[in-house]
Design a protein around this ligand. Structure first.
Ligand SMILES: Cc1cc2nc3c(=O)[nH]c(=O)nc-3n(C[C@H](O)[C@H](O)[C@H](O)COP(=O)(O)OP(=O)(O)OC[C@H]3O[C@@H](n4cnc5c(N)ncnc54)[C@H](O)[C@@H]3O)c2cc1C
Length: 438
């Protein structure tokens, strides 16, 4: 907070990092060999390592930065399920049976798994089932959402209710939306504490973790692999790549299948209690259906307002993001227009062309990634599933091995198209603004 006082500039680190415990217990020397190398110490990598180590597998995790540097400690801390594709779109792409399994895993199983792992591993991360309110942009959105919900209910036992516009003040202190949808089982947590806990659990189970040790190359050697890191080589039977939106250029086949999209967040100074109660009477997690995809919540101590969204399409375009988010916040809650921003940060999500994550192997190297914007439930779930599959355990079966990791001829390793997409989205935002019922 010191720089804030001196320069009045928001802290560029995530608000969550105020509670990010220093990384401990890095071994002094690199082992010569192990059973599994995990690349990336985020939620996916740590959860996979935990499952592997608990089964007696000798596992070593590497991260280019300090463990948890990626999206896992930068995100909004909302825990939920579901993907942007409708059941019909899933059916058309994958067939009914796979689509049904994807829906159940995305909406129910992943959330149940993450909640159980938090309890089983005693992870102290301010986890609570707050419920999630999704603000609907206009009347047409409300009607479409209600119809889609009826269909989803026939396929998956979700606890979701529509909230008509006349009743939305019960949930949120604004008339900005045309009603909403209340997803009762979704939760929220403190992302840095969550990652700290997952990492510590993996270490307790026996995983060795090396921070500031990028994996530079993975080479096949007979039936094994040699993993080249900045600290030397390690021989291993299998490798799991868990780098999602931070997948580097040298992992070229994966890089061509993952689009890194930046997401931006701000946190305000501490707010007066009556203001907090006015804007968020039920203290839920909040998202919306418009393309800007704002998501917001209170800090776990209920004192600060935290909002994220698509303020730009990439870090290159991020100059003004704090201002953009402040504007969006004030538009939803004019009561917050004078609130000071104390933290303003960003992180990289990893999108696939199918908008769904995937577990698979390319050239014998396993991957679990492509969460396409969410992941607090799905990343630990798929990390666990990938670990089971690597051990040949049938319990690892998941429909997420059937999703696609396609690429496009025009996407090599650089997302050159993001500035154009940004302009297109801005145009769509303006059109969407006009469609909002006042
Ligand atoms: C701003 C933002 C807000 C979000 N909000 C939410 C939310 O509210 N709810 C939700 O469910 N999801 C949210 N998400 C998505 C969620 O955070 C991610 O899907 C999830 O954290 C992915 O976890 P991961 O372990 O796969 O990847 P990450 O946590 O990104 O970890 C990847 C790691 O790989 C490391 N790495 C990369 N290359 C190498 C290499 N060569 N060698 C070694 N290490 C390497 C990186 O340093 C990084 O630490 C958000 C994401 C962002 C960015």
């Amino acid at each position: 907070m010191a720089p804030l006082k001196e320069t009045n500039m928001p802290n560029p680190n995530p608000y969550w990092w105020d509670d990010f415990t220093p990384f401990k217990n890095q071994p002094e020397t690199l082992p010569v060999e192990c059973d599994v190398v995990v690349v990336g110490a985020g939620l996916t990598g740590c959860s996979a390592a935990l499952t592997l180590a608990k089964a007696g597998v000798k596992v070593v995790i590497f991260d280019t930065e300090r463990p948890g540097f990626g999206a896992s400690t930068r995100n909004g801390g909302m825990v939920g399920g579901g993907y942007r594709l409708s059941p019909e779109e899933m059916d058309a792409r994958f067939g009914f049976e796979t689509s049904q399994r994807l829906l159940v895993e995305a909406n129910i199983d992943s959330l149940a798994f993450a909640s159980k792992r938090i309890v089983d591993e005693n992870i102290d991360c301010d986890f609570n089932v707050y419920g999630r309110f999704r603000g609907l942009w206009n009347k047409a959105d409300y009607d479409d959402t209600a119809r889609a919900l009826d269909k989803l209910r026939k396929r998956v036992p979700v606890r979701i209710d529509m909230v008509p516009k006349e009743q939305q003040r019960r949930e949120i202190g604004t008339d900005f939306y045309s009603g909403g949808m209340l997803i009762h089982d979704h939760g929220g947590l403190h992302p840095a504490k969550y990652l700290n806990g997952m990492l510590a659990a993996a270490q307790r189970a026996g995983a060795q973790v090396f921070g500031e040790t990028p994996v530079e190359k993975i080479t096949k050697s007979g039936g094994d692999f040699v993993v080249t890191t900045s600290k030397g080589n390690i021989k291993t039977e299998s490798v799991l790549v868990a780098t999602n939106g931070y997948t580097p250029r040298n992992f070229s086949k994966l890089k061509r299948r993952i689009i890194p999209l930046s997401s931006f967040l701000i946190a305000t100074e501490e707010l007066p209690r009556d203001l907090v109660d006015e804007i968020m009477p039920t203290k839920r997690m909040y998202v919306e259906t418009r393309l800007r995809h704002c998501y917001y919540r209170l800090s776990p101590d209920n004192k600060r307002f935290i909002i994220g969204g698509r303020a730009a399409m990439s870090n290159v375009l991020s100059g003004n993001t704090s201002k953009v988010l402040h504007g969006l916040m004030s538009e939803i809650f004019p009561q917050l227009s004078h609130a000071k921003i104390t933290h303003s940060w960003s992180g990289q999500t990893g999108f696939t062309f199918s908008f769904l994550p995937n577990i698979g192997q390319i050239d014998g190297i396993w991957h679990a990634l492509g969460y396409s914007g969410s992941g607090n439930a799905m990343a630990p779930y798929l990390g666990h599933k990938a670990a089971l599959l690597m051990m040949g355990n049938k319990a690892g079966e998941t429909a997420f091995t059937k999703t696609n990791m396609e690429t496009r001829p025009w996407y090599r390793k650089t997302p050159w198209f993001l500035p154009f997409a940004h302009q297109l989205y801005r145009l769509n935002d303006r059109m969407e603004d006009r469609k909002r019922a006042k």
